[in-house]
Design a protein around this ligand. Structure first.
Ligand code: IMP
Ligand code: MG
Length: 369
């Protein structure tokens, strides 16, 4: 999912689907105009990408020109269409093909028909990459259609939302649902982080990215990043943040239309938190909030010792070892707490109580994010 201005968009049509549609259009048009030298006319601004990619697929001689017409503000097609500017070639007796990025209501198309019919062209054809049949309300012929799409707002591949999004190589569709929720979850050992992460994941339909699991997965499956990570670990060195970030990035990319993510076990340092922010920003995402499950050490120790009796985990049976883990946690998270407090994103959650109580406290915070 991506954010443009105030709206969220989800991946909708991939670059390769667009490529295929343009190839098919180029083939169909060149068959119909065999032996002719057509003039392809792009309607700016939106059609610059379509025209550029289309003509590369058109294997026989052709001319290319651009005109400028409609303006489209915000999210619904404006009823009024502006006049045409920029046409500086004589179209008399030429075979003209208008290349549109998208045909929505057909208002623009109507204008085009009117204007070009007065140019004395030999033939006039309309080709559009995207077509919204449900929105189209004109009795006009569209000769070539790349991809039919539902009547929902899209961006990317030349199409913008209020100026932005034209540079995206693929197409995204407006998402009507809630904005993305990206959470960093902190919690001392014993604070019930795993249990609560499962609840959050379920309730808000989030993807839980546990760094430990991601590492184990990559190393076990010998992915490129896993092999790289292993090479550091075998030398007894710390895995560089960059490698870890790249693994997380791969996880985020695997789940591109997710409602959000829970980052668990990462970041552990301010440098990592900064790297995470930078990477999310590239994806038009951001951390919505950092949740720290907090509890008094003595209570956690008794919980862990209790767990140690049944789980048999050695590190849960020795009070000193537990205290060392707490100290490590405090040392490492303190600077992160400051980092997220400075961004107004830090939320401390009382981790004492029943699982349901704690979960209700977390939900109350997440609902406000
Ligand atoms: P019309 O409603 O067919 O006249 O479309 C007018 C113009 O609105 C198109 O040329 C596009 O520039 C723009 N437009 C229509 N639908 C969308 C959309 O879903 N995303 C972005 N621009 C759109
Ligand atoms: Mg247009």
């Amino acid at each position: 999912m991506i954010k443009i201005h105030d709206k969220y968009f989800k991946p909708f049509i991939s670059a390769s689907e667009i490529d295929l549609a343009l190839t098919q259009m180029a083939t169909a048009i060149s068959e119909d105009l065999a032996g002719e030298i057509p003039v392809f006319i792009g309607v700016l601004n939106g059609s610059f990408m379509v025209v550029s990619d289309f003509v590369k697929k058109y294997k026989t001689p052709c001319e290319v020109a651009f005109v400028k017409l409609a303006s489209y503000e915000g999210m619904s097609s404006t009823a009024e269409v502006q006049r045409l500017i920029g046409l500086n070639i004589d179209l008399k007796n030429r075979h003209v093909v208008i290349l549109e990025d998208i045909i929505d209501t057909g208002n623009t198309l109507q204008e085009i028909y009117t204007i070009f019919q007065n140019e004395g062209v030999q033939s006039l054809r309309i080709a559009t990459l995207f077509y919204k049949p449900e929105a189209f309300n004109k009795d006009l012929k569209i000769h070539y259609i790349g991809i039919e799409i539902p009547d929902k707002f899209i961006v990317g591949y030349g199409l913008d939302y209020d100026g932005l999004g034209r540079n995206l190589p693929e197409v995204y569709q407006l998402k009507n649902t809630e904005p993305m929720i990206n959470i960093v979850l902190f919690g001392k050992p014993g604070a019930g982080k795993g249990t609560q992460a499962d609840f959050l994941k379920e309730k808000y339909k989030l993807i839980h990215i546990s760094t430990g699991d991601v590492f184990r997965f990559n190393m076990k499956n010998n992915t490129d990043l896993g092999v790289l990570a292993k090479s550091y670990i075998e030398k007894g060195e710390l895995v560089p943040d960059e490698v870890t970030i790249n693994m997380l990035q791969a996880e985020v990319e695997k789940n591109r239309d997710a409602n959000g993510f829970i980052f668990d076990g990462f970041p552990r340092t301010v440098a990592q938190a900064q790297a995470l922010d930078a990477f999310l920003e590239e994806k038009n995402m951001e951390i919505s909030g950092t949740l720290a499950l907090e509890a008094n050490d003595d209570i956690l120790i008794s919980r862990l010792l209790e767990r140690g009796k049944t789980s048999g985990r050695a590190d849960d049976q020795d009070e000193n070892k537990i205290r060392i883990r707490f100290e490590e946690y405090n040392e490492k998270t303190a600077p992160l707490i400051d980092f997220y407090k400075a961004q107004n994103k830090f939320h401390s959650i009382n981790g004492i109580g029943t699982i349901e109580e704690i979960s209700a406290r977390l939900n109350a915070v997440v609902d406000q994010l």
